[in-house]
Structures are given as structure tokens and as C-alpha cells.
Write a protein that binds this ligand. Structure first.
Ligand code: NAD
Length: 489
């Protein structure tokens, strides 16, 4: 029997075609997973719509809605180990990283609970004989679609915020990370979320399409690749509904000659290779100032050679496998292209040796030199542990190269010079810039992309507002202009 799906808060058999969840650490089948028929997708959207309009949810006070979210965070923490293991089996992240992400997930839910309690409307300045105010109302049903790299945190970021805003949600997770996403849904339901408000619908793009095309879906919240984002934006445009798009990246990470190298050198492999480079913000184009290039590269390669690859349950492993075998194929394809375009592999560029790794989708962290910024591995998102190192002469040369990309998600700047850090950070086309650090993340900071890395922002207090629409109210305080004319016979 295939694993059940979450439809309108109830666990039911999917009537669509089931598929197998595969553990990328060894290729074994984790479970057979049910998928919904289009009719079931429609039922889920209808259920979310109906539940979101019921006074019990629509008129629930912020602090009461927040209490449900806090309970969901409690449930997530009570299930920390099982949720971490579910994600580990789904996408091969190390158990250590998965545990951290479960804690992050609970933190995200609590943050949006706090925002929910403190949401305010506005009394706007009077411009006539009336009082005017603005209130914010939910869209109704939010179609949430997530990628495979961080299903718990990215799922929570959408669900907790959209629910805090008063909506119902249908979530379609990546086919790779279905089980952990279903378990995230279970935590919300077990926390006492009113019936009907939440569905988690595994499946492929057709499930996503049916969710967006449903006439009651009021908004799409998507995280994934740029090409998919474009397809989703087109579907949303046809329906004239807003789409929040968190898309891909090709982030520059910049090392100036005056950087504190003892801090910087270990920071670069973390920026490029942590999570197997399968993070949207991965620092994949490393720009190193010409004057320190040679020595820097030597030390960088040395540090990279110390990264411990291991089986995901290994507490000491720094990296596990790629999230899927298909992923590894794509990464290998990019490495082959880099070589064909004249790149030199300084380290990596192969699968790790050893019987333990033979059955899984493992790959070694790879550093390229000798490619220029126009080479395919420097232009396209690889979404894997592949770093291209490029020299630059001065700030002008650096900015021209760093910004020469269609993406604009994130960037890193390493320097001791505050003025240079400020100038560079402000001049980079990126939604997030890290200075003397990388991949630090706070739910309190708005997150999103410039250029083709996305439209809109998640997180921060605005991370809830984005799931609401403004409504203006005018309260008359006296007569309208025609009053006298019409009143006098
Ligand atoms: P993807 O775009 O292939 O898939 C993302 C989701 O969209 C999946 O659930 C998939 O099934 C669904 N989907 C695919 N085609 C669809 C369609 N036509 N209609 C509806 N749904 C469709 O991305 P992925 O390979 O799962 O994840 C990797 C990508 O996600 C990378 O590009 C990465 O940069 C990006 N990402 C971005 C962020 C961010 O916040 N900006 C965060 C994490 C990952």
C-alpha cells in the first residue's frame, strides 16, 4: 500500500499513480508514495478555501492563531529525531545538518507565530470628511511548491507564514522530498490546525499545475529553479494571481587582498560545498584578487581536501551524497563541460573511492581554475559542489565580472576594509550579501532574489504580509458633496 497523502487535514489514499521514494545514500526504495488525482487536488483546494472562509479561522484572533503555530513548533521539536531522519533518507543530507534544520523549522514557525500576534492595520491620514484605514486580508488558498534541498525549513517558511496571514494552504513538495514534507504537514495537523486548511500533495508538475489552475487558488508561493519559476509565473499570469518566486543563483564570493585569510580560507569551502553545494545561495564563483591568487588557491585546495564525506547517519560526516542520482549525473555533465572548455580541476572532479560510497550518489568537492566568467560552469547554476575560482584586478574589474550574470540571489565579500565592504556590498546585484561570513541565515531578514533569482521576498515581518491583500476602509464623518443639493427639493 502506497503511503497516504494529506488531503484537507485527513490522511487518504491517493488516486493518482504512486512512485518510489529513493534513498540517495544507497539507492534503496524508502517507500512507495501515493499521489492525488486531479479531482483530489481540486478537493484539497476547495477544502482549504472553505476552511479559510469559516469564521473559526477567518475571525480567529492573532494570538489564538499564533498559539496553534506555537503548538506546531512544539510538535516539530518533540519529533526532532524522526523528522531529521525522514529528511536524511529523502535527500541524503547528513544527520547533523538535518537535526539543525528541524530546530530551524521550529524557529521559523515560532517567528511567524510572533508576527501573527503583532500584525497591525493602519489608520491613514485624513484627506476629507472621513476616517480611512487599511486592513489586510488573506488571499484564501495559497499553492505552495517547494524544491528538494531543504523541504522542512522551506516548507515551514511558506506554510507558517501563509497560515499566520489567515490562508489555507496546499503544498506540493519535490518528488525527492515527499516523506519529510508529509511529516511536516502531520505536525501542523496534530497541533490542532482546523480541518481542511492544509493539504500536502506529493507528485510531479501536473499536481503543481492543477493547484495553480484551480479557480479558488489566490496566490502561488514557489521555490525552485529559474526555468520552473518562469513556467509558474506564466500559469499565474493567465489566472491573474500573484506569484512569489524564490529561484536559482550563481553567487559570487569575493576575496580582496586585505582579507583576514585565517577567517576567509575555511569560509570558502563552507560557502561552496556545505549541503553538497545544493543550496540556492551557494558561493559558486570565487573571485580572488590577483595579487594573492596563487597562495590563496594552494591553501584553499588544502582545506578542501580535509572535508569529510560520509554516510548520512555518520555523526562526523560533513557531506553526504547528492540528493539524487539524477543530480549527480547533471553535476558530472557540468564538470565534463568545464574540462572541455579548458578548465583545470584543482581537486575533486570524481566520485569518492571506497565500497561504502559505491551504491550512493556521492561526488567529491571540485575546484576549477582556468575558466573565465563566460564558461558554462560559471554561467549556469550547477546546484552541486563545484567551485570556479577566477582572478580579478581591482574593484571595477571585480564588479563587472561579479554582476555579469542573469542571477542575483546572494554574494559574499571578504575584506578588512569597511569602506570597501560597504561599497562592494551596495554595488552587487544580490538580495543577500554576506560580509566576512557566508550562508548565515535569519528568518528575521527578508530573503529573495534580484534579476532572474526571483520576485518578492520571504521571511521578516513582511514574510506574512506578502500572503495578504490590502483593503481600504472609509468611514464617513459627515455629508457627501451632493447632500445639500439632493436634500433640498
Ligand atoms: P525545480 O524547479 O526542478 O522544482 C521545484 C518544484 O517545482 C518541485 O516541487 C517540482 O516538482 C515543481 N515543478 C517543476 N515543474 C513544475 C511545473 N511546470 N509546474 C508546477 N510545479 C513544477 O527545482 P529543484 O530541482 O527541486 O530545486 C533546485 C532549485 O531550487 C535550484 O535552482 C535552487 O537554486 C532553487 N532553490 C531556490 C531557493 C530560494 O529561496 N531562492 C531555495 C532553495 C532552492
Amino acid at each position: 500500500m502506497a503511503r497516504q497523502i494529506l488531503l484537507g487535514g485527513a490522511w487518504v489514499d491517493g488516486k493518482g499513480k504512486p512512485f518510489n521514494g529513493i534513498n540517495p545514500a544507497n539507492g534503496s526504495v524508502i517507500d512507495e508514495i501515493g499521489t492525488p488525482s486531479v479531482e483530489q487536488v481540486n478537493q484539497a483546494c476547495d477544502a482549504a478555501w472553505t476552511a479559510a472562509r469559516k469564521p473559526a479561522w477567518r475571525n480567529m484572533m492573532g494570538h489564538q492563531r499564533a498559539a496553534i503555530l506555537h503548538r506546531a513548533a512544539d510538535v516539530v521539536m518533540e519529533r526532532k529525531e524522526s523528522l531529521a531522519r525522514a529528511q536524511m533518507l529523502d535527500n541524503g543530507k547528513t544527520i547533523g545538518e538535518c537535526r539543525e534544520q528541524v530546530v530551524g523549522t521550529a524557529g521559523i514557525i515560532r517567528y511567524f507565530a510572533a508576527v501573527c500576534e503583532t500584525l497591525e492595520g493602519e489608520v491613514t491620514p485624513a484627506r476629507g470628511n472621513f476616517m480611512s484605514m487599511t486592513v489586510y486580508e488573506p488571499f484564501g488558498v495559497i499553492a505552495c511548491i517547494t524544491p528538494y534541498n531543504s523541504p522542512l525549513t522551506l516548507g515551514a517558511q511558506k506554510l507558517a507564514a501563509a497560515l499566520a496571514a489567515g490562508n489555507g494552504c496546499v503544498l506540493k513538495p519535490s518528488e525527492i522530498t515527499t516523506i519529510s514534507s508529509l511529516e511536516l504537514g502531520r505536525a501542523f495537523v496534530d497541533a490542532g490546525l482546523p480541518e481542511g486548511l492544509l493539504s500536502v500533495l506529493p507528485g510531479n508538475r501536473e499536481v503543481g499545475r492543477a493547484m495553480i489552475e484551480h479557480p479558488k487558488t489566490g496566490m502561488v508561493s514557489f521555490t525552485g529553479g529559474t526555468a520552473t519559476g518562469r513556467a509558474i509565473a506564466e500559469m499565474a499570469a493567465k489566472r491573474l494571481i500573484p506569484a512569489l518566486l524564490e529561484l536559482g543563483g550563481k553567487s559570487p564570493n569575493i576575496v580582496f587582498e586585505d582579507a583576514d585569510l585565517d577567517l576567509t580560507i575555511p569560509g570558502i569551502p563552507y560557502a561552496a560545498f556545505s549541503s553538497m553545494g545544493q543550496s540556492c545561495t551557494t558561493g559558486t564563483r570565487l573571485f580572488v584578487q590577483q595579487s594573492i591568487f596563487k597562495d590563496f588557491l594552494k591553501r584553499l585546495v588544502e582545506h578542501t581536501s580535509r572535508i569529510r564525506i560520509g554516510l548520512p547517519p555518520d555523526e562526523k560526516a560533513m557531506l553526504g551524497p547528492c540528493s539524487s542520482f539524477r543530480d549527480r549525473e547533471r553535476i558530472e555533465g557540468y564538470v565534463a563541460k568545464g574540462v572541455a572548455e579548458g578548465g583545470k580541476i584543482e581537486i575533486g572532479g570524481k566520485r569518492p573511492e571506497g565500497a561504502a560510497f559505491a551504491k550512493g550518489a556521492y561526488y567529491t568537492p571540485t575546484i576549477f581554475t582556468g575558466l573565465d566568467n563566460n564558461a558554462t560552469p560559471c554561467r549556469e547554476e550547477i546546484f552541486g559542489p563545484v567551485l570556479c575560482v577566477l582572478p580579478f584586478k581591482n574593484e571595477d574589474d571585480l564588479l563587472a565580472q561579479a554582476n555579469d550574470t542573469v542571477f542575483g540571489l546572494a554574494a559574499g565579500v571578504w575584506t578588512r576594509d569597511f569602506g570597501k565592504a560597504w561599497r562592494t556590498a551596495r554595488a552587487l546585484d544580490a538580495g543577500t550579501v554576506w560580509i566576512n561570513t557566508y550562508r548565515q541565515s535569519s528568518v528575521a531578514c527578508p530573503f529573495g532574489g534580484f534579476k532572474e533569482s526571483g520576485i518578492g521576498r520571504e521571511k521578516g515581518p513582511q514574510g506574512v504580509r506578502v500572503y495578504q491583500q490590502a483593503k481600504s476602509l472609509y468611514w464617513g464623518l459627515g455629508a457627501l458633496p451632493w447632500h445639500k443639493d439632493l436634500a433640498a427639493k
